[in-house]
Design a protein around this ligand. Structure first.
Ligand code: ZN
Length: 182
C-alpha cells in the first residue's frame, strides 16, 4: 500500500512538471529540433571522416572494417542481427512502456473540469474496477487525490528523447551499411 502511494507521488511530480502551452513553446520546440540535428551531425561527421560511409579512407571504412571483423569471427549476419535488434529496441521501447503503463493504470491523470476556466484537474488517478450492484456489469472508475470520480482519465505517454532518436537513426544507418556497403 505504502509503495503505491509513493509511486503516485512520483507520478504527480512528473506530470506537473510536463511542459505546458507557454508562448515560448514554439521557439523551444524549434530550438530542440535544431539541437537534435546538431547531435546527429556531431555524431555523423566524425564517423564520416573515420571512413564509415566509404567515402574516405579510414579505420571504419566498410572494406577494412569487414576484413578486420571477419578476422575476429564476426559475420555480416551477426552484425545485421545486432543492429536490427537494436533498431527494434530503440523504436519500440516507449510503445511497450506506454502499453504496460496503460495496462497497470499508471501515468493517468484526472480529467474532471475544475474552476471557471474549465481546465482539467490533472491530479494522478488510481484505477478502480468493481461490479455495479444495479447492472451487475464491471465498471471502471478513476479516483483522483482530490476525490473526483471519473469514468475516464487522461493518459500521458512517454515520448522518445534525443538519445532514443539518435540510437534508432544510428542503428538504421548501420543496417544499411552492413547490407549495402560491406
Ligand atoms: Zn481530480
Amino acid at each position: 500500500m505504502n509503495h503505491h502511494i509513493q509511486r503516485d507521488h512520483n507520478l504527480g511530480h512528473k506530470v506537473s512538471s510536463m511542459p505546458g502551452h507557454a508562448p515560448q513553446s514554439y521557439f523551444r520546440r524549434r530550438l530542440r529540433s535544431l539541437g537534435y540535428s546538431m547531435i546527429v551531425m556531431g555524431i555523423c561527421f566524425p564517423l564520416y571522416y573515420l571512413g564509415l560511409f566509404g567515402g574516405v579512407e579510414g579505420p571504419l571504412n566498410p572494406e577494412q572494417l569487414g576484413t578486420s571483423l571477419s578476422s575476429m569471427g564476426v559475420s555480416k549476419v551477426h552484425m545485421l542481427v545486432f543492429f536490427v535488434s537494436l533498431l527494434i529496441f530503440a523504436t519500440t521501447w516507449n510503445w511497450i512502456y506506454n502499453l504496460v503503463s496503460l495496462l497497470i493504470g499508471a501515468r493517468l491523470t484526472c480529467t474532471k473540469k475544475v474552476g471557471k476556466t474549465g481546465a482539467p484537474c490533472g491530479a494522478p488517478v488510481r484505477r478502480k474496477r468493481f461490479v455495479s450492484r444495479k447492472t451487475g456489469t464491471e465498471v471502471t472508475q478513476y479516483l483522483c487525490e482530490r476525490g473526483h470520480r471519473c469514468p475516464e482519465a487522461h493518459f500521458h505517454p512517454v515520448r522518445k528523447g534525443s538519445v532514443s532518436h539518435c540510437l534508432w537513426m544510428i542503428s538504421l544507418a548501420f543496417c544499411f551499411i552492413v547490407l549495402f556497403l560491406s
